[in-house]
Design a protein around this ligand. Structure first.
Ligand code: T5A
Length: 208
């Protein structure tokens, strides 16, 4: 029996980092060891790849390069952080994972779902998140939050249609995998979102 693997997904500025910290506090308070991580990133090498991917300066990667860089970072992260933590019975809460690749590189950039699925099998073997928490909201709301914070990365400078495709990609996956996905209304205020998170965390903790 390994730990639990929870990923948090959503568009730009959906509140993923805020939700991650909230959930980690609740789960730790119940006596579990929680490992918080993020993608792209999570190890020094994967964080270096993240810098390259998000940089708005210099040469723009073509879609295939972007896809391969995402999975290169993920291979390092899975091997060095996620698998070891799960084997130690820790709960891993990751801010984005492979569902982001299906939404951004797949639905939004048009890369083949079958190619993404092949890379997923290569990099992760059978490892999939136990739960994908989707913080859903209209892209305009999250982009306004992200923009209020200051300088924008490369992914925050796309046309609005790009974010509509990202959102639709996530919702399609949620519909296709209702047992794995939990969709929350992230357009509510902080208190409203935290109430939803609390009830999801209570369910998980009751299940252990
Ligand atoms: N990417 C990633 C891919 O293309 N493919 C992949 O496979 C992967 C893994 C970086 C980019 O990488 C791409 C997608 C991304 O564009 P990221 O750093 O997770 O990924 O990108 P962002 O979504 O831009 O992350 P942010 O840090 O901007 O947003 P969060 O974490 O969703 O939001 P958070 O919690 O920082 O909150 C944003 C602001 O809103 C406030 C917070 O205080 C904060 O100021 N806030 C709320 N305000 C009002 N009401 C609420 N309910 C609020 N919740 C939070």
């Amino acid at each position: 029996m390994t730990g639990r693997f929870i990923t948090i997904e959503g568009g730009e500025g959906a509140g993923k980092s805020t939700a991650q910290a909230f959930l980690a506090r609740r789960i730790e308070a119940a006596g579990h060891v929680v490992r918080q991580s993020r993608e792209p990133g999570g190890t020094p090498l994967a964080e270096a790849i993240r810098q390259t991917l998000l940089s708005a300066e210099g040469e723009v990667p073509v879609a295939l390069t972007e896809l391969l860089l995402v999975f290169a970072a993920r291979a390092q992260h899975v091997a060095k952080v996620i698998e070891p933590a799960l084997q130690q019975h820790e709960w891993v809460i990751c801010d984005r994972f492979t569902d982001a690749t299906y939404a951004y590189q797949g639905a939004a950039r048009g890369m083949s779902t079958e190619v993404i699925a092949q890379l997923e099998r290569l990099v992760q073997g059978a490892r999939r998140p136990d739960v994908v928490l989707l913080l859903d909201m209209p892209p305009e709301v999250g982009l306004a939050r992200a923009r209020a914070r200051g300088e924008l990365d490369r992914f925050e400078r796309e046309e609005i249609e790009f974010y509509y495709r990202v959102r639709a990609g996530y919702l399609d996956r949620a519909m296709a995998m209702p047992d794995r996905y939990r969709v929350l209304d992230a357009s509510q205020d902080l208190e409203g979102v935290q109430e939803q998170l609390q009830s999801v965390a209570d369910e998980w903790l009751n299940d252990c």
